[in-house]
Write a protein that binds this ligand. Structure first.
Ligand code: NDP
Length: 335
């Protein structure tokens, strides 16, 4: 296999020298394993956490290990006969061209409904994150205002469209005009650019009745602008904080935790962090049924940003944390 291993723990933005591209032997698959060829590798913000040894909900990748990641792959060999050669499966092969994985980790991908890469996006983990976080924690009601940032990405775009399907008003926050235009095209009622000088005023104009649900993907300056617009009893599913994943220190300035806690208290806010895995057992089957229905009927739009070639993975990953991706970022590893 050609693989990308973690060479050093990044300080700030991951550098090329934090990774090592190399050839490695995989060994023969056993009876309960399969040999796979990677077709698509998913790049997701959580991978920045795996590169670090700071405390997290999951163990870090060790130095010298292959970087982890979800993959859509073609079965080359399945000695135990659980899969047929040529089957397309969702697995966790990591940043490499081939993998040997336990068959218990693999799920056959339906090649009929949508492109197989969607198993990594709208029909996979990011889509489920939006579905579970919004419906289980955000609980949008008809007529309420739902706001989400990173709104053109796989999580944010699904949050907005599910909010609309539930009868809420959906407002997008995205970086740059092209992403703002795209969010309006896929059905957001309003979209504002967090990079604009007028961001705060634009957000206020887009949320005349305040904000009932803020699905938090980014933190930082966007959160600072959202906080004063939250209504009493607003819900904040705290999904991610991508604006600080490369941070090496706390921001300068006065301690504002008193303002934050005071606002949570006065407005009776519910701020609830979550990792999508906690909802899988109870809600993944409903998600698969509903989401594939919405995708087939055209009610759920999605966009993919496909980068060609495993070699380009580190640069594509840096772009993801800086907003240079436009849609669900996947690497096309082989045909
Ligand atoms: P995206 O494809 O949306 O990529 C991240 C986006 O974040 C960028 O494109 C950029 O969009 C935006 N961004 C980056 N830096 C900043 C910044 N400083 N301020 C504002 N926006 C910024 O990613 P995903 O949809 O895959 O993930 C979205 C979030 O969901 C992440 O925080 C991720 O960690 C989290 N997540 C959490 C899960 C959980 O179980 N809790 C599971 C899956 C994802 P733009 O250019 O529009 O600003």
């Amino acid at each position: 296999t050609t693989r990308i291993a973690l060479q050093a723990r990044p300080k700030g933005e991951p550098a090329d020298s934090d990774f090592r591209i190399e050839q490695a032997e995989l060994g023969q698959p056993g009876e309960d394993q399969a040999l796979l060829q990677t077709l698509f590798l998913s790049l997701d913000p959580y991978m920045r956490g795996r590169m670090s040894d700071a405390p997290s909900y999951a163990a870090p990748v060790q130095i010298g290990q292959t970087m982890v990641g979800a993959t859509v792959s073609r079965v080359l060999e399945s000695p135990g006969g659980q899969f047929a050669p040529g089957d397309v499966v969702l697995g966790y092969g990591g940043w490499q061209s081939h993998s040997v994985e336990p068959v218990s980790y693999l799920r056959k991908v339906d090649t009929g409904t949508a492109p197989v890469s969607t198993a990594l996006g709208v029909l996979g983990m990011p889509g489920f994150t939006a579905y579970a976080g919004l419906l289980q924690i955000g609980k949008p009601q008809p007529g309420e205002t739902v706001v989400v940032a990173a709104a053109s990405g796989p999580v944010g775009s699904a949050v907005g469209q599910i909010a609309k399907l539930r009868g809420a008003r959906a407002v997008a926050i995205a970086g740059g005009q092209a992403k703002v235009d795209y969010c309006r095209e896929i059905g957001f009622d309003a979209a504002v650019d967090h990079r604009s000088e007028n961001f705060r005023d634009d957000l206020a104009a887009a949320t005349p009745d305040g904000i009932d649900v803020y699905f938090e993907n980014v933190g930082g300056a966007v959160w600072d602008a959202v906080l004063p617009r939250l209504n009493t009893y607003a819900r904040v599913p705290l999904c991610g904080l991508v604006s600080v994943y490369n941070a090496t220190s706390l921001p300068e300035g006065p301690d504002r935790s008193g303002v934050l806690m005071g606002t949570i208290l006065r407005k009776s806010l519910t701020v609830r962090g979550f990792i999508q895995t906690e909802f899988v057992a109870d809600h993944f089957a409903d998600f698969q049924r509903e989401m594939s229905g919405w995708v087939s009927s055209g009610q759920m739009k999605y966009r993919e940003d496909v980068v060609d070639g495993l070699d380009n993975t580190p640069e594509a990953f840096r772009g993801l944390l800086a907003g240079r991706n436009f849609g669900k970022l996947v690497v096309k590893v082989s045909e």
